[in-house]
Design a protein around this ligand. Structure first.
Ligand code: GLU
Length: 493
């Protein structure tokens, strides 16, 4: 069997969006699965819209997601000679022709067609010009485009799509399409095929939005005597209103960097994106990389549109809740060392990072991350909801303040009493901390919950969290004592 060769060819006209990342992932998975190669090609022929910033964003995004490639990045603009040569070859072989029709002429024909309610396709005015006629027009300096000569006017053509089955189109639905502009610049449709032929691409996995291109590109492969690659078209991704998700209408939420900034674990995002258009056939939702490479097949790519469960404005979550659920799963189940490492930039952003967390305080740090990760949704939570573990200036949430502190005036006395007792303990451990707290509750004749909830509020600022005594030991006696003694401040506001 020949080696499988896949490609990811983004146009660098914006950030890497989740649709692009999904395409990259499918190609990457299939290359890995088949022991083939993934080629990264930056399709930068649109000079007006391509930017260096976007190229960098795409490379960073792929790297963050862990999508690596075997060849490239190639840049399409470096191969413009190939594109021009292919157009020249098609002209030479009579498979393309120069078309001198002006914009105005084409526009007028389009209007007539519209009035007759027929769809306008180029009517072939220049298709059969004689060599003399062409020479004459050229000599007169008339501008021209190069059109591909669709080889038949009747009958149909088709290809086998790995996802959608046999795809067919009638020749009469395909006009003689332009392959080179009047400026001499070859069009994307041609460049893309020429590059795929040169790069010996065997499989093309891309969105269904490219299908109108594919049918015309099938003609180009034939005309250039190249074997047809395998095509697999992926479903589109729609939002809850059935609108295609796009940068324009959904903004940053479709950008890969948005997920990075909002504390997603890269593999969690990948896992989510793969399921957006593919399923294993059973209900499995979580896959390790190896499992996914093993399970992934083109045949199981969904035919119908995938739904991105998000509606602007009324969203309770900042993105599809399923994406968050998958992130939570990895946050909880990955090795604590890995999670701890990933929290660093988020703690740094909040001024909470201490280099000792990677050195002499590492054991404490890992223990703390492990303790608090169970209730968190994203990595950003470590720097926000986790603040009380890493700093003394943390906010106290309104709800526990009201319910657990202000309602119980007695805590003003009891918590400082508790602080003194903790301070005096020989050994500040789980059992002792709990025993002393319960004893005090009994003494002052309140339910233990009053003391414990009050303590949780002054120590963490929050209503809920891990087991209170685990928290105390983790935060440490000195800080706990100080926070308990300061309870009075909470009544002052
Ligand atoms: N540059 C194209 C895009 O970003 C690539 C399409 C293709 O896969 O052929 O949409």
């Amino acid at each position: 069997m020949t080696e499988t060769r896949l490609r990811f060819p983004p146009s660098p006209t914006g950030y890497l969006h989740i649709g692009g990342a999904r395409t990259a992932l499918y190609n990457w998975l299939y290359a890995k699965k088949t022991g083939g190669k993934l080629i990264l090609r930056i399709e930068d022929t649109d000079a007006d819209r391509s930017t260096q910033e976007s190229i960098q964003g795409i490379l960073d995004g792929l790297e963050w997601l862990g999508i690596d490639w075997d060849e490239g990045p190639y840049f399409q603009t470096e191969f413009s000679n190939d594109h021009v040569a292919a157009a020249a070859r098609l002209l030479d072989e009579g498979k393309a022709y120069k078309c001198f029709c002006t914009k105005e002429e084409l526009e007028a024909k389009r209007e007539i067609a519209q009035a007759n309610k027929s769809t306008f396709g180029y009517d072939g005015t220049c298709r059969d010009l004689s060599a003399e006629q062409v020479a004459e027009k050229e000599a007169a300096g008339l501008p021209y485009v190069i059109r591909f000569k669709v080889p038949a006017r009747e009958g149909s053509l088709g290809y086998e799509d790995k996802v959608l089955g046999h795809i067919k189109a009638d020749y009469n639905e395909i006009e003689d399409f332009v392959i080179v502009r009047s400026t001499g610049k070859p069009l994307y449709l041609l460049c893309n095929v020429v590059d795929d032929i040169r790069d010996r691409i065997t499989h093309i996995i891309r969105g269904q939005d490219h299908m109108t291109n594919t049918i015309r590109q099938v003609l180009l492969y034939e005309a250039l005597d190249a074997p047809l690659p395998v095509f697999a078209h992926m479903p589109l991704t729609l939002d809850l209103k059935k609108a295609k998700i796009s940068k324009r209408s959904h903004g940053e939420i479709v950008a890969v960097h948005f997920y990075r900034e909002h504390g997603f674990i890269p593999w969690a995002l990948s896992n989510f994106l793969v399921l957006l258009g593919w399923s294993s056939g059973d209900d499995t939702e979580f896959f390790s990389q190896e499992e996914l490479i093993e399970a992934f097949t083109l045949e199981r790519i969904n035919k119908s549109n995938s739904i991105f469960n998000y509606r602007k404005g009324d969203a309770k979550f900042f993105t599809d809740p399923k994406a968050i659920a998958i992130n939570e799963h990895y946050l909880r189940s990955m090795a604590v060392e890995e999670i701890a490492e990933m929290t660093q930039p988020f703690l740094e952003a909040e001024g909470l990072w201490d280099d000792a967390y990677a050195g002499e305080k590492k054991e404490w740090f890992l223990h703390t991350i492990n303790l608090i990760r169970d209730r968190f949704h994203t990595l950003t939570d470590f720097g926000s909801l986790g603040r009380a573990y890493f700093a003394d200036d943390f906010p106290v949430e309104a709800k526990p303040l009201k319910k657990n502190i202000l309602k119980h005036e007695g805590l003003k006395e009891w918590l400082p009493m508790l602080a003194d007792r903790y301070d005096a303990l020989d050994d500040f451990n789980l059992e002792e901390a709990e025993r002393v707290a319960r004893e005090l509750a009994e003494e002052v004749e309140v339910k233990p919950g009053v003391i414990i909830n009050g303590m949780r509020t002054v120590v963490t600022g929050q209503l809920a969290g891990p087991s209170m005594f685990d928290i105390l030991i983790t935060i440490g006696r000195e800080r706990v004592v100080q926070r308990l003694r300061n309870v009075g401040k909470l009544y002052q506001a």
